[in-house]
Design a binder for this molecule. Sequence first.
Ligand SMILES: Cc1cc2nc3c(=O)[nH]c(=O)nc-3n(C[C@H](O)[C@H](O)[C@H](O)COP(=O)(O)OP(=O)(O)OC[C@H]3O[C@@H](n4cnc5c(N)ncnc54)[C@H](O)[C@@H]3O)c2cc1C
Length: 300
Amino acid sequence: MIAGGTDLLPSMKQGLFAPRVLIDLKGLRELDFIRFDARRGLEIGALTTISALANSQVVAREFPVLHEAAKTVASPLLRNMGTLGGNLCLDTRCLYYNQSEFWRGSLGGCIKKDGAVCHVAPGSDTCWAAFSGDTAPALLALEATVELAGPRGRREIPLAELYVNDGLVRLTKAADEMVTAVRVPAANAGWLGTYRKLRIRQSIDYPLAGVAVVMRKRADGSCAQARIGLTAVNPMPRLVTASDRLAGQAYSAALVEDVAREAIRVGKPLKTSASTMEYRRQMIQVFVRRALTDLWRSAN
Ligand SMILES: Cc1cc2nc3c(=O)[nH]c(=O)nc-3n(C[C@H](O)[C@H](O)[C@H](O)COP(=O)(O)OP(=O)(O)OC[C@H]3O[C@@H](n4cnc5c(N)ncnc54)[C@H](O)[C@@H]3O)c2cc1C
């Protein structure tokens, strides 16, 4: 399946895969929409471009974490072409995989392509390539669901259940299923939110680590509820459940630090990118600390 083709086509040019048939989804204009209703929540069609998300006033107002994440995806041109469905179904990325055929061949391939060894974790029999999409951690933190459609009909699953923590398998959806829509419950509208992203080139780059944080506060400034999503540091985007410790608490730097430390137990960056795993790990902790502090101490 090809939507915007912004991830698929460069990978095909690198010889990472050569599908016999490609189904172009771009003509499905009925899957290009953003709808918000205070009772039913947010619904976004899978063919909605990342630009449309980044420019949507309702997304900016009600779901700032998704708005911020969308604004950081790739570059303006790629955001105009790239879709939300493609962003959520991105292939996993690795230093030893996203290379030319010649480069990969000199190492004898890797477990994800033409080889038996994972160069990131040579003793491992699974692939550790990292999921590197920016909108997934924001949507995980917002408890989004995805609608899948295929020859056996339609079904809706929590976004968290779309992913597998194996860089080779990646997704739980069947090969003949496509994502048609993403939904965010109304109960998560209006939460404070922010997205922090580590990348080499600020103007255009996949994340080396990404942290999405949402928070709902009480009138007295205490935290009613918070959620934290991570990307680019595991084969799947993940939630940091230690954020539950913040519920009902007044701001405390020690509590923030405690949760930020827990985040690096969940985010386990390996040697999958141009940056070191130690730096990426450290930055997860820094981003979680800064994001929680900023949201908790903001005037809203
Ligand atoms: C230089 C460069 C920088 C980039 N930087 C970033 C970045 O910072 N952050 C980021 O998140 N992405 C980045 N990307 C990747 C990409 O541009 C975006 O993720 C984009 O949103 C992908 O959407 P697409 O429609 O182009 O996907 P495609 O390339 O068309 O598809 C990607 C994958 O999803 C599958 N797919 C597409 N639509 C569906 C669907 N509806 N249902 C099921 N499967 C589907 C395809 O089969 C394919 O496997 C970058 C790409 C490039 C080339």
